[in-house]
Design a protein around this ligand. Structure first.
Ligand code: FES
Length: 510
């Protein structure tokens, strides 16, 4: 196989990669992680790097051109300039105390990995990094990765990709803040079951086929001589316990936090991501949980103009007069739309009739559309233009419906399983991708959940990462995770023949 050499400047790191490797993947392997808020769709422009052009290709001798790393393949040797040397040490961010002891909290999602540093002395945590899971080159979803991991060498590679990415990210944050690596005393890994198994190097085939067996519910650490992250070999590592193949450490962390907050009756919790993981604590304090596949729509990933909540993302949309206001992160022009922006826009469009309850973009709707929105047809697909270059397509609406249909059907099954009336639920906690920024009215109007008429709703952000940060610094909380896991009764939707009918009955927006 032909290999191409990539050199990253400044710093001069070099590696050889198979011809055709995506530049963003090669950069990640060399420890350079350009931001990728749109997930590689080529719309956000954030992954742009400067590439040395050979003399023959430049207009007048050697030149430098800009290229999107998510769209460029290595088809010749390349020299790439990134904004900063991946090995360099820069000015310390003021928010991290260089004298403190730290725990590293890691939330490994199928789509993204998030990292926080927990100050063990001041009992606070700071989210320090978030990047696309580098395993995605082996497939966007867990099933693709389970299939790829059947090959022993790929399984080792999948583990290595995440371990290296975490090590690089943490080392860089510490270096930036002038913190020595031995200040890291503990590392807590939360995430879904497949991601935690892959990180630990465990076989995953039983997780991908009925009856979805989990040979380990407490994931063993590798032997001491082969530490998970050699750069922090002296830190104590810790995996969150898992409840089932589809209810991972992230859900267990959310439950432990909920119980630690004294919420132990009549509560409903959902963690929205590529999967919707949810539990219901009934009037007797019994915990029943389930999980449904939602697709990454709310993470902005299978949405045509979707991106994470980063500069240029439409994160909110509010009706105003006969028009609407868009909130764009950073205040500049809109480049894409985040999960919260999608929820707001879709709720507005459903309310005005531009999207029917059945989810069809209605070409008759222009009469009722807020000024500034426009229904148009592009490449044979109907779409609503939100801003210059940003639109919601009919396919986007369908993907949103699939997510909300699955979530609503699964939540209704939990109510049935526990004999709970929606009016009994007093607390609803929405965690995950939509973070703390979701407009709860819009979210409720779209019907992601049954209507809980008397409940107080709260958006609690990334509870998986918050639980990992707390586990780093609170031994009692760490112990409570296993106890919380052991309280869970798991309902497998694959055992529910009525799920499909309920899913279809839950697709409409009203
Ligand atoms: S990640 Fe490349 S343009 Fe957005």
């Amino acid at each position: 196989m032909t290999h191409r050499t990539l050199t990253v400047l400044p710093g001069g790191r070099t590696g050889a990669f198979p011809d055709g490797t995506l530049l963003i993947d090669a950069l990640a392997d060399l420890g350079a992680f350009p931001p990728t808020p749109c997930g590689g769709k080529g719309i956000c422009g954030k992954c742009a790097v400067r590439v040395d052009m050979p003399a023959a290709e430049g207009p007048a001798g050697r030149s430098i051109e800009t290229a999107l790393a998510c769209r460029t393949h290595l088809t010749r040797d390349l020299v790439v300039h990134v904004d900063r040397d991946p090995t360099a040490r820069i000015r310390p961010p003021a928010r991290l105390d260089p004298r403190a002891r730290y725990g590293v909290a890691v939330d490994i999602g199928t789509t993204a990995i998030k990292i926080a540093l927990a100050d063990l002395d001041a009992e606070r945590a700071v989210e320090t990094d978030s990047f696309l899971n580098p395993q995605r080159r082996f497939g966007d979803d867990v099933i693709a990765r389970i299939t790829a991991a059947a090959d022993e060498s790929v399984r080792r590679r999948l583990a290595g990709l995440v371990r290296d990415a975490v090590a690089t990210s943490v080392a860089r944050t510490l270096a930036d803040a002038g913190i020595a690596p031995d200040a890291v005393r503990t590392i807590a890994f939360s995430g879904n079951t497949v991601m935690l198994y892959l990180l630990a190097g465990l076989p995953v085939e039983t997780l991908g086929a009925y009856p979805y067996r989990t040979p380990w519910r407490d994931i063993p650490l590798p032997p001491e001589e082969t530490p998970l992250i050699p750069a922090f070999a002296h830190a104590t590592s810790f995996f969150f316990p898992i409840a089932s193949a589809f209810l991972g450490g992230d859900l267990v962390g959310g439950l432990a936090l909920t119980l630690a907050d004294g919420i132990d009756r009549n509560a409903f919790f959902i963690d929205l991501g590529t999967n919707g993981e949810m539990f219901l604590i009934d009037a007797n304090g019994a915990v029943t949980a389930t999980s449904c596949a939602m697709g990454p729509a709310l993470e902005g990933m299978n949405i045509s103009c979707g991106m994470t909540a980063d500069e240029g993302a439409v994160v909110h949309c509010e009706p105003r007069g006969d028009g609407f206001d868009l909130e764009v992160l950073g205040g500049g022009p809109a480049r894409g739309i985040s999960g919260t922006g999608l929820v707001d826009c879709a709720a507005l469009l459903v309310r005005t009739g531009a999207i029917t309850n059945a989810g069809r973009i209605d070409p008759e709707a222009p009469r009722t559309l807020p000024a500034g929105l426009r229904i148009e047809e592009r490449d044979g697909m109907r779409r609503v233009r939100i801003a210059e270059g940003v639109a919601i397509t009919q396919r986007d609406v369908r993907n949103l419906q699939l997510a909300k249909g699955a979530s609503l059907a699964a939540a209704r099954i939990l109510l049935d399983e526990t004999g709970t009336d929606p009016a009994d639920i007093t607390t609803v906690i929405v965690a995950g991708t939509l973070g703390t920024r979701v407009n709860m009215d819009a979210f409720r109007r779209l019907g992601f959940l049954p209507d809980y008429p008397v409940a107080a709703y709260c958006a609690s952000g990334n509870t998986s990462l918050a639980a990992a940060a707390r586990a780093c610094r609170d031994a009692a909380f760490r112990d409570s995770l296993r106890a919380a896991r052991d309280r869970i009764r798991v309902v497998e939707l694959s055992d529910r023949p009525d799920f499909n009918d309920r899913f279809l009955a839950s697709l409409n927006f009203a």
